[in-house]
Design a binder for this molecule. Structure first.
Ligand code: UDP
Length: 309
């Protein structure tokens, strides 16, 4: 058995499963806790063969019990696709609030390091560009995205309270748009949508005029940043994302080119409160974690496309 034990909530999800794989490769004992609401057994099929990996099927919005010592609690469980949190707003609110409270309680009891997987959505539809960690955001609490944004803002607040009051060693990763293998085919987010549409020669659905900006980070880059943050001494929030910004329309054209697809583009209604722009300012990550993304959008998309094929 390996010496350090890590609990990964949401460990069977897109980001969680990649992180579990990385932790196993670094010889950690990994306990994956997942309700399979959006995670899947397929994502962890390969990991289950490793003796250092164990799975607990559990919804972390309920109390979490883990026997034995725990060195790290990485709270990754969440609904992360706008499609999911529009369909399941209450579950989204619960996992961000109650789930974070339970995961913090576990970290406190075990005297473990805690890391929250937060989001660029805490900045809402940002009025400051690019977004620095000091920016407090522009969120509509009663809009359709409020269930996600506000639960993550609550999650950050309770994480800092546990740090200040209970002296838990906490980390907050603010994760910007990330893509790669293991995203669900019907995930609803823009990269899997466009790749699947292009591979089937169906029209790519651009919402609004496609001029909204997003910055896409390849999963391997993100996992490296998360791993460095977990081991760091930093307790303040840190942006993790790729600073290269593209419009959604540019992304659609790149995906069509890389897949040699015959697909056209169709324009659909822009969802309510869809942020107009989003780009991480990552000087904090560069300074404290010596981290920045290395994989270009074209390279990351090629790898993702070949996985989806
Ligand atoms: N989007 C799009 N077509 C799609 C899915 C998404 O044009 O089929 C747009 C969406 O409106 C948003 C951007 O792509 O402006 C990124 O959406 P996603 O759901 O990936 O995540 P978000 O960044 O909004 O959290």
């Amino acid at each position: 058995m390996s010496s350090k034990r890590v609990v990964v909530t949401g460990g069977a999800g897109f980001i969680g499963s990649h992180l579990c794989a990385r932790l196993l490769s670094e010889n950690y004992g990994v306990i994956c806790v997942d309700s399979f609401m959006t995670g899947s057994l397929d994502n962890i099929k390969g990991l289950k063969k490793n003796n250092n990996f164990s799975l607990i099927i559990h919804n972390v919005s309920q109390n979490i019990n883990i026997p034995g010592k725990v060195d790290y609690v990485l709270h990754c469980a969440s609904l992360a696709s706008p499609k999911d949190y529009l369909d399941f707003p209450i579950q989204t609110l619960k996992v961000g609030s109650l789930g974070t409270h339970n995961a913090l309680g576990l970290a406190k009891e075990k005297r473990a390091v805690f890391m929250l997987f937060s989001t660029s959505e805490v900045y809402g539809d940002p009025l400051v560009h690019p977004q620095k960690e000091e920016y407090w955001g522009n969120v509509n609490p009663v809009g359709v995205r409020g269930c996600y944004d506000e639960s993550k803002r609550f999650a950050e607040a309770i994480t800092m309270a546990y740090h200040r009051i209970h002296k838990v060693d906490t980390k907050i990763a603010r994760i910007f748009n990330t893509y790669g293998p293991c995203m669900r085919r019907k995930d609803g987010r823009v990269v899997p949508n466009f790749i699947n549409q292009a591979l089937e020669n169906k029209a790519l659905t651009v919402y609004g005029n496609g001029k909204q900006g997003r910055s896409f980070c390849y999963i391997d880059d993100l996992v490296e940043g998360l791993y460095r943050l977990m081991l760091s001494k930093v307790n303040e929030p840190i942006n993790l994302g790729n600073p290269r910004e593209s419009t959604v329309l540019q992304l659609a054209k790149i995906v069509i080119k890389l897949t040699n697809s015959k697909s056209k583009i169709v324009y659909k209604k822009l969802p309510q409160d869809d942020p107009r722009q989003r780009q991480p300012e990552i000087s904090r990550a560069k300074k404290f974690l010596k981290w920045e993304p290395k994989i270009s959008l074209e390279e990351g998309l090629k790898r993702t496309i070949s996985w989806f094929r």
